[in-house]
Design a protein around this ligand. Sequence first.
Ligand SMILES: Cc1cc2nc3c(=O)[nH]c(=O)nc-3n(C[C@H](O)[C@H](O)[C@H](O)COP(=O)(O)O)c2cc1C
Length: 230
Amino acid sequence: MGITYSSLMAIGRSETDETDVAHGEEIPEAIRAIRTRRSGHNFDPDAELDDETLEGLIRDAALAPSSYNLQPWEFVAVQDDDRLDEVVELAYGQEHVKEAGTAIFVVGHTEPETADRVFEEWVEAGRFDAETGEQVKEQTVAGYQSEQAGRDYAIRNASLAAENLLLSAHARGLTATPMSGFDFEGVAEFLGLPDDKIPVVLVAVGPSGGDEPERLPRRDVDEVLHREHY
Ligand SMILES: Cc1cc2nc3c(=O)[nH]c(=O)nc-3n(C[C@H](O)[C@H](O)[C@H](O)COP(=O)(O)O)c2cc1C
């Protein structure tokens, strides 16, 4: 890596950009959180995340939507100093992971391992009759047949959980950054993941160390919104 995320942190700090998103409108807290969330790189290396907060973050992440509510994800939190050094190495030297103090790997299932249990819950809740529940489960399981499909589901579902995690961290006043700049195979081995689980995103999270650089521009709605056809 020539220019690293760590070197980018130093550029263009601003104290006002975070709050200048509502343009004077009254906006609901959730929307404010979406608009002010940032991928922060400035952590307080001396402050730690307590267990209650960690569990709260995971509870919020796990409220993300998932295909048929399969919840095909796991979260592996690394907080041990020596292990964080290894995470930095696996993340090609991104030191902010260590400074954050907590690295949460959002892991996706490439196999529908929760299907039996979850479809029973659909039926128990009266949302499907038993026969429909069985049919939908079979279709869902069949959808995972190819390796590509399994990975796609893992990434789709786990990515939504990761965004929830980021928003929850932000709403709690913490700094968090999603990261995919890491050695996927090395991380799978480091975490001891079984073959049917993949590391999707690493979220570095911890107490803030202060301001962040100004947000980079976003593409305009007119540019990204297509109506009826691309
Ligand atoms: C899939 C993905 C991978 C990313 N990988 C990294 C990473 O390896 N290191 C890092 O510091 N930030 C990483 N980021 C954060 C982005 O740089 C950041 O989201 C983007 O610049 C927009 O800034 P904002 O999130 O503050 O709005 C990643 C973000 C995403 C969604």
